[in-house]
Design a protein around this ligand. Sequence first.
Ligand code: SF4
Length: 677
Amino acid sequence: MAKVLTTCIYCGCGCGLYLISDRMKLIGAYPSQNHPVSKGCLCVKGWNSYEFVNNLQRLKKPLIKKNGKLQTVTWDKAIDRVARKFKEINKKHGPDALGFLSSAKTTNEENYLAMKLARAVFKTNNVDHCARLCHASTVAGLTAAFGSGAMTNSIEEFENAEVILVTGSDTTEQHPLIGSRIINAIDKGTTLIVIDPRKIELAKHAAIYAQPRFGADVAWINGMMNVIISEGLDAKEYIRERTEGYEELKELVKDYSLEYVEKIAGIPKDKLIDAARIYARAKKAMIVYTMGITQHTTGVDNVKSLANLAMLTGHVGFESTGVNPLRGQNNVQGACDVGALPDVYSGYQPVTNASIRKKFESAWGVKNLPDKAGLTVTEIIKSAGEGKIRGLYIIGENPVLSDPDSNQVRACLEKIEFLVVQDIFLSETAEYADVVLPAASYAEKDGTFTNTERRVQRIRKVINPPGQARADWQIICEVAERCGYKGMNYSRPSEIMDEIASVTPMYAGISYDRLEPFGLQWPCSTKEHPGTKFLHKDRFSKGKGTFSPRPYIPPNELPDEEYNFILSTGRTYWHWHTGTMTRRTSTLDREVPTAYVEIHPNDAQGLGIKKDDMLRVSSRRGRIELKARITEKSQEGSVFIPFHFKEAAANVLTNPAIDPIAKIPEYKVCAVKIEKL
Ligand code: SF4
């Protein structure tokens, strides 16, 4: 038996764990005792993070569609087909007829190569990944406020905070190890404030729990700031020395009286006053949020408003303070960092800047890199439906289940001229592919992931991939080479990281030998730099922090007479995203084997619904049928559906309306009707 230290494949906590193998088969996982995040603990997904790797349904050979059926072919034929077809589309219709979806599940090195393939080989910036669907609003909002879109502080700092404000994050379900850190902090004396439309587990531990209406975040945050300013609790010296735009903010929040906020958000005045006083008076106060804040048509406004609140009270730039967006997937932070985004290269260096383009042209040995931002995930899929994107290369993503308005996504994928899917299983999206390329899982390759606290850490090869499956980085390099590009000739992933470090200032000091044993937190600017525990010490990354006053704008689609409930979607503790891995893990699948809809007891009683009754949930975009779960976790007048289950896919119902800046869809609010079957 062998045991190898690696990083969990599931959430952005980035726990360190050992995978145990016996004769090239994974047989177990257990936590690292000394890892700074896991500290001897894992959640149920981490403990079972080995099982799906052994699943017999793993893709083992390349496939090409012939006469409507996917058939086994050699690697040579598959790579040749991809290269030939992409070159042909490029020649006939131009580079922007191609699109590339990279993956927050794959490594930093692979995401870097995916964007290099799109940009250096095919000369398009149409490259994006699923951060668009979860934290694009964070990247846009926090970059505008602070100059960096990442979590400002570290996970270990939660336990020393005086106050933690959790909003739009079901932390114990989505980021279990951070959830337990918050509970530990409460045991040590931290005051918890929870402001969330769903009565999440942490609400039971909160000194103050307020339940706002869905999509009313800007209103209650402005209301809190109004209380803080009118009671003189704003951090005047900090605001004067470190920020700009305060007067405009003060002017706007004046309009958010307690009465007005109560009318919009439904939060009683006294609760909002108490929350404002506790948060503002604390010496060390941390904000935690996730997709309850970001997945709205006002996602960027919501994030900017939280940044306003933190700067107003001087709670950024010190230990155990800050604004902390918890990243969802294992490497969504890293995929953004290394440039799998349509507007930036690695290190968030804009594609529109001529000197940055020149730097990458020289590093990659190419000319004429494209100078305008490319299309986002949602735009790429929509453009495929309109016949503008003709060739699409999807690595490890499953838009058929993960993107809003699934029926429309399927219709778009059907229209596409040439679709390549590279994955470890034949996903719902792979069924539409012309070519399927079998990839290695995280246990079958080397590389790095960057967790939510900016910690770049190693994953290591434990066993060989099944059949002929190959690591994503190897496949991408072969496609590039077959297209005639000579600049992707790496013998191991550490060489790719060395290249990333050479062109990416915030990763400049990172190399594999320095990542032992538990990684480094960026920014890490030189080979001697120890990494950075918290951001914006003494000054913001952009110089002065910028207040952005934002007015309240309601969600795009609210209930009416026909569609009279609000639908919100999200994950459960037991499953992960589109279920590709967790539904192939018996322990997890046994606990939650199929889809369900959560409904408040009063609504259930009104509709004569009992536990496990089958319900039909319909929106303007489609309908699904699933079992009822009756729980006070759901707010009255709303229902919640986890989006993991293909047999009742929540995204058949969701609204594709997007935030105008971040282009993130409004997964958290749409109107549905409920019928008992
Ligand atoms: Fe994995 Fe996240 Fe669970 Fe840690 S908390 S074991 S990273 S899923």
